[in-house]
Design a protein around this ligand. Structure first.
Ligand SMILES: C[S@@+](CC[C@H](N)C(=O)[O-])C[C@H]1O[C@@H](n2cnc3c(N)ncnc32)[C@H](O)[C@@H]1O
Length: 398
């Protein structure tokens, strides 16, 4: 007798009445099994595509599946447009194919192919041909967003590296190691002595973080008021962009940054250039092996915890809990798993990203809250955000 496929195997009997949750779970499982059977049935698929009420849904899923298959082409079209500076060229207004071809030094045949794809992806728009005027190309809705967000542009370029590691995703999943392009880019992630990393090893990632940080700071500033605080310590604060943004909004706040020596040096330079030297301090060191700087009534970890494995994060949380004085608060902001409205951001993108990097994972808010409680924090809650995309924010008290 041939074995039944998994989705058609009978489910165990539902639990006895009285266990209401168990009954509901069993009913749900049966319903899903029935649905899976339908979805795999060719005749049902054809019927759903033809029936007016199910047709839009069936089409939507067909298009989504195609998008998943073709997604790598979309991102490479975007990368080509960024590398050729097309969005910048069009920032002053629409241009013709001939002009774009000359400026990008790309044959018009090849460029036209790219423009057609970019128009289809709403990165660009085709204007015309209008009477007496040749066809021109302008910015599309998405292209305009790329242009106004330097962080996005930097990430698109950086993705060439990630793409390299993802070329054989199964091999990447089978062997998560320091020999990956992403692991050597994020040198601290797999280093035994992160404090010894030199400027070249930290320069590229620090610049990338600095470029993308304003979008993150904006989301944090929108959901948390720093008005009640006197002194903010940003651990793993990178080149100081977060502190500079918060400091600009709250001019009385004292600012301390701690990061690996080569990164802290870059932050000190930034504060100097911004005229913020008087109110800021940059402390070189590792937040794991060096003492946590004292005096702050608010400590932030922005895009830091997700870089590290559970053991490391628990160690850091415990250390922070011991070092924090009564009344001080800890603010954690990073992409978190299961964020409604943006689930693929952490659950697909960051999850794979951190795997390729060789350390860390995207945690759900309740996982982080449980870890904080385990480390001794008495309170920890997720802050309300209108539209979380880059980060979710947790506030904890010792
Ligand atoms: C993903 S980056 C985030 C930077 C910044 N918070 C932001 O959001 O732009 C993580 C930062 O943690 C720093 N870092 C990593 N390990 C560290 C350690 N052991 N001690 C101090 N800083 C560390 C890195 O140098 C880097 O600047």
């Amino acid at each position: 007798m041939s074995a039944l496929p998994e989705h058609l195997k009978p489910l165990p009997d539902p639990p006895l009445l009285g266990d209401r949750q168990g009954v509901l779970a069993a009913l749900k499982a049966r319903l899903l099994q029935w649905r899976d059977g339908l979805l795999l049935n060719r005749r049902f698929q054809q019927w759903a595509l033809g029936f007016p009420l199910t047709r839009p849904l069936a089409r939507r899923y067909a298009v989504r599946l195609f998008d998943l298959c073709a997604g790598f082409i979309y991102s490479q079209v975007l990368l080509a447009a960024v590398r050729l500076d097309l969005f910048d060229m069009l920032s002053e207004g629409p241009l013709s194919l001939a002009t774009l071809s000359k400026r990008s030094r790309l044959d018009s045949d090849a460029l036209e192919r790219l423009l057609q794809a970019a128009v289809a992806l709403e990165l660009l728009e085709q204007r015309g041909p209008h009477a007496g005027l040749e066809t021109r190309y302008g910015l599309g809705m998405l292209g305009a967003s790329v242009l106004t967000s330097p962080g996005v542009k930097a990430m698109i370029q950086h993705h060439a590296l990630f793409y390299h590691d993802m070329a054989d995703p199964v091999a990447l999943l089978r062997r998560r190691g320091a020999d990956r392009a992403m692991a050597s880019y994020w040198a601290y992630a797999t280093s035994d002595k992160p404090s010894e990393l030199h400027d070249v090893a930290v320069g590229e990632y620090s610049a990338l973080m600095a470029a993308s940080q304003p979008m993150v700071a904006e989301e944090i500033l929108a959901c948390y008021s720093f008005a009640g605080h006197q002194h903010l310590l940003d651990l793993g604060g990178g080149e100081g962009v977060f502190l500079a943004e918060v400091g600009a909004r709250y001019p009385k706040l004292r600012l301390t940054l701690m990061d690996l020596p080569a990164v802290a040096k870059r932050a000190a330079l930034r504060f100097e250039q911004l005229g913020m030297r008087e109110r800021s301090r940059c402390i070189p060191g590792s937040f794991l092996s060096d003492p946590i700087p004292k005096g702050a009534d608010l400590i932030s970890l922005v895009r830091v915890a997700h870089d590290h494995d559970d053991e490391f994060v628990m160690q850091l949380f415990r250390k922070l809990h011991q070092s924090m004085v009564a009344g001080a608060k800890l603010l954690i902001a990073e992409p978190m798993a299961q964020t409604k409205g943006a689930i693929p951001v952490a659950d697909a993108y960051f999850s794979m990203y951190l795997w390729a990097m060789g350390s860390g994972r995207a945690r759900r808010p309740d996982e982080l809250i449980a870890m904080l409680k385990l480390a001794g924090f008495s309170k920890a809650r997720l802050l309300r955000q209108a539209m979380p995309l880059q980060v979710r924010v947790i506030l904890a008290e010792p």
